[in-house]
Design a protein around this ligand. Sequence first.
Ligand code: IVH
Length: 690
Amino acid sequence: MMDLFSEIEEPEREELRSLRRELEEANYKYYILNMPTLSDREFDEKMHRLQELEAMFPDMFDPKSPTQHVGSDLSVQRDNTQGTKGKAFETVKHKYPMLSLANSYSREEIEDWVRKLPSGVEIVCELKFDGLSISLWYEHGVLVKALTRGDGVQGDDVIANIKTIPSIPWRIERPDIPEFFELRGEVLLPWERFEALNKEREEQEEPLFANPRNAASGTLKLQDPKEVARRGLDAYLYYMLGDNLPGMTHFERLSTAKEWGFHISEAIKICRNVDEVMAYIAYWDTERKNLPVATDGIVLKVNNLAQQEELGFTAKTPRWAIAYKFPAEKQLTLLREITYQVGRTGVVTPVANLEPVQLSGTIVQRATLHNEDFIKSLDIRPGDRVWVEKGGEIIPKIVGRADRNDEMSATSSLNDAMIYSFPDVCPECGAKLVRVEGEAAWRCPNETGCPPQIKGKIEHFVSRKAMDIEGLGEETIDLFYQKGLLHNIADIYDLQLEDIAAQERLGEKSAQNILDGIEASKKVPWSRVLFALGIRMVGETTAKKIAKKYYTIDSLQWATVEQLCAIEDVGPQIAENIVKYFEDIRNLEILERLRQAGLQFEGEAAEEPQSDKLAGMSIVISGTFTHHSRDEYKAMIESHGGKNVGSVSKKTTFILAGENMGPEKRKKAEELGIKMLSEDEFLELVASEE
Ligand code: IVH
């Protein structure tokens, strides 16, 4: 029998349920996965609709509804590739709940908000920084906790990471400091640092951060404060709370915080009407592009604290403050086609080919679609109208798609046939693609037969930071590849003047330039040669660290995964890539040819400690030596854990005494009864088995 109730149930109830599910999921993707799926505006619209529906059906009240709590960024139980299991940070209950702000997008919405405030109210306008909120606790002037927002009720204590931010004081020494106060603000990764970090990640073939907010969030959750410090976070503070604090207004409190040494933005202004607010917005909508950090709107706050208290809070937001969001630079355009780009390591990246569209002053016609999962999560297909956004990010990105028209979705068979599927063979060479478990990318495994991989490896090898061979650019490499002159990096060293000069566009002079560049590359140091080899995930910095530890290619060739993992920045994946590289006979043949050509496969001796034989010893070097220089002996002492000191004292352990030792030193040593070791004795000591 037909279920009559489902027949008569208002469709709004179903809409309500589905909105709850959708917003829960969007919250999870935004806060936990750092992968926003809805724009702020879409999110707000859906939330607004859900509130409307919940008001229509009070019987469907649910305390777990997204309307009743803010999203959560609490670190979850993790079992990630680094093997960190369990909770990474201590969870602490907030003294005052950390709420979010209601959003507005137009003058009308701001007018609506102002209308509900007492007349003649002062409004403080501030920039809305686009990072992560943080709550700093100071007890007797000492920073004791730094909590993320978490679910608004409790957050993660990330103090070790916060302490890497130079502008956040660890201690304030002033007589007038209250016993306890809390300062809230936003943690950010400045544009410059964000771009540098992404560049580095690109080199290491790690996934890029979509924007500085995601990068800051990922950074704040790291377990390694040293790495956090290296990335260079910053913070702006915008809200002081606590009992018996000085000042009657928000503005005064921030001025006090500034006096105490906190980083408070200069862009704070008291406005007295909506016109003044709109003028502030208009000014900063343009001017913000010159700021070192990302902003996504402005925040309006009632200045007077007594008025703030009177206005109070809703379940999720204060009534005394509201955000105004700048319109995102986003356009809807037609996705004409999805094409595929094969990189030098075989990664196949889907690219959206778009109907050209104007965005932030440039014409955009291509945008990355990242990988198969991304395309599937947005259910994007050629022929769709897609949203392209260009924030401060480097590459324009697709952030969503418009609803398909009903006509199309009605013809479901056509629709199903069009469901997107990633190609299973390489678009360049036809090899069957592989997807490594745990990776989002599909790869072409045909390393030595797939043209873009062959050319890409050669381009990488000759690039400026690698072998720096001038004259061998992308076009020339392409030409030489077509003509059969170049198939791999070793072929470069077999190029002959007449072969090069015989090519169109290349006379004898440019041919000679290329050969000079090739010759000069034979002096490029070992660490850069290692980088140039293009071992997967071995970027410039990693190569330097490896070359410092393994200063000949022969020693590196026999290193095990375990040994390689002992190097800073080298994880199991990189280590495995290195081991695999040396297991491949084709690579060994190429290396042998490069060795014959005279490339630097050896570097300077490692500065890493060799042993701790001389640990705790103070050693004076005196006189002249035959086997090594004084500097070399100094380095040797240090590399075995000892300390080289200048003058003889009773703390001196022994003297490394060469020929013609200074008479003063000898006299003093004899007086104090300090041992003297000849050059040979010393060398024997450091060479001896432990
Ligand atoms: S005040 C109770 N001021 O925006 C009000 N928030 O969308 C506390 N934000 O969670 C917030 N700049 O992370 C305030 N100048 C500013 C801000 C700001 C950025 C963030 C903050 C908040 C979020 C709400």
